[in-house]
Design a protein around this ligand. Sequence first.
Ligand code: CO
Ligand code: CO
Length: 305
Amino acid sequence: MGPETSDDAGVYRISPTCALVETADIITPLVDDPFTFGRIAAANAVSDVYAMGGRPVSAMNLVFFPACSLPAEILREILAGGQSVLQEAGVCLVGGHTVEDDELKYGLSVTGLIAPDEIIRNSTARPGNLLILTKPLGTGIISTAIKGEMATEESSQAAIRWMTTLNREAAGLMRLCNACAATDVTGFGLIGHAAEMANGAGVTIQLNLSSIPLMPGISELVADGMVPAGCYRNRDHYLPLLAPIVNSDAIALLPLFDPQTSGGLLIALEPDDARRFMVEADRAGIFARRIGEVLTRQSHAIELI
Ligand code: CO
Ligand code: CO
């Protein structure tokens, strides 16, 4: 599986029972603390392997660092943060590369393993499936507010906690519950990734606006203009894929386009499996919300109700 399906990672079969899941993700700092930034970058990079249903096993650091303007201690902290999340994920750091650059960036390439018949694609949702989201939305909006020193402690802490939370347990549960399709919600926002899922399968995804979970303080921050440029770009790009909405408040829709870093999994399951997922998630303390369902193809890729 290559880039042609716009899936979360590439997959390369090495034997009839084993395939490599390969991905890389690099981000610029969202928070001041270098250790926390490292943790976020690592959780974000590993996520694509989980989104495919794979088990991440090894990783390489990819560092772009302004050695002239930042002390080496900062870099050590970032890498220590990354390492701490890799350890939690059971991923072995096997190397890396550093490039001198004006702007600090950090990420990782991550390799996972998967049985070829257990790959969970983003393009295989079926009409009748229910959709589950495993993290609330808002990391782009809160990161923008953190930079503008407008974020409350509650919002900042929530965003940091979610961004450093691995999708591992949610991914384990989706495998257990025979998910039909999955992706992780990242740069294109919920609507963008849902639209990819809908178009990939030739279906329409109907989202229930009132059940989409948001991080604390999101409505206030949006009202204060704490909206990243990427959110407006996503809206302009994906709005045509959205069926016209009656009584829609344009501001209320913005979080649905918010680019997420280390966002949750968007999972399509048969109704019985979705119910089982919700019960098991509740039991295991894994965040999960039913946010919509998959319909046969209508006039638009996405419908909001
Ligand atoms: Co992804
Ligand atoms: Co990615």
